[in-house]
Design a binder for this molecule. Sequence first.
Ligand SMILES: N[C@@H](CCC[C@H](N)C(=O)O)C(=O)O
Length: 336
Amino acid sequence: MAIAAAISLSLPPQTRRSSASIAAPFRSTSSLHFDSLRSNFSSLKNPNLRVSASSMSIGTPEKISTTSFLDRRESGFLHFVKYHGLGNDFILVDNRDSTEPRVTPEQAVKLCDRNFGIGADGVIFAMPGVNGTDYTMRIFNSDGSEPEFYCAYWCGINCSRNSRRRKVDMGEPILKASDVPTKLPANKDQAAVKADINVDGVTWNVTCVSMGNPHCVTFGNRQSQNLTVDELNLAAIGPKFEHHEMFPARTNTEFVEVFSHEHLKMRVWERGAGATLACGTGACAVVVAAVLEGRAGRSCTVDLPGGPLDIEWKEEDNHVYMTGPAEVVFYGSVAV
Ligand SMILES: N[C@@H](CCC[C@H](N)C(=O)O)C(=O)O
């Protein structure tokens, strides 16, 4: 799941009916982002994009009225908050008053464009809640595709936090190969664990895990049993996994280097977004795969290009818990 959303989705509740299932308003972003963004945006020439003057002139988000900003409903404009978790960045849209996302997949592609749009790995919509939850979520990747994973447990976000890092219950991994989904034959119970897959003439060993969305995790191939992930040409190899015939819904792919039983390093090629700086569901899938392959313990620090996440796959409840940061980048409005 989008780290930023999982860790810090903090829209003001529209109703009072819900319990503590929504994170309290986010208060921990440093002024650094605002200051650097202020200077970046002073030179922004895109007439369709404007950044809230009030939010940009304020050093800390504690002073920003998120509620009033997101409540604006001028027609023709989309009001959004850009968040990131370790550089995995998302345009967050309050869509709780409509069952239809405010932007189409085609518009999402344009908004995510890093040269001609806002720039992001995807768009997250906070949709109306179901069964007593405050909201449900939908995501469009930066290529306009929509992941399948935003079911109930995401929506009642179980989130505890300290000042900058939050712990999120990411739910139970799905291991049954056909449910991931992968066409690779199950070889351990119903799961595909350390299974052979031929990618471009090289036999890789992969473990397939769904965290609501599909992940293919690899620690090595026939030529190189232990990866040095910095040496990989991700842009070349990533798409070959993503579109491999063994993955009928395409796949996110994590390439992993093992430092110790508690310390892993990964690079990710995300379905629909390409190489990203971080991926929360990906880091969770990596630890699950590492445990299944006997490479690591259930509690690990996973280094991603954007920074570290702490992941624990708890034996007691089979849930995966993710701890990491999330930050507001800026508030803005864009003509749609
Ligand atoms: N980066 C997100 C996952 C976003 C969706 C993914 N690209 C997919 O298509 O499944 C995360 O942090 O989990």
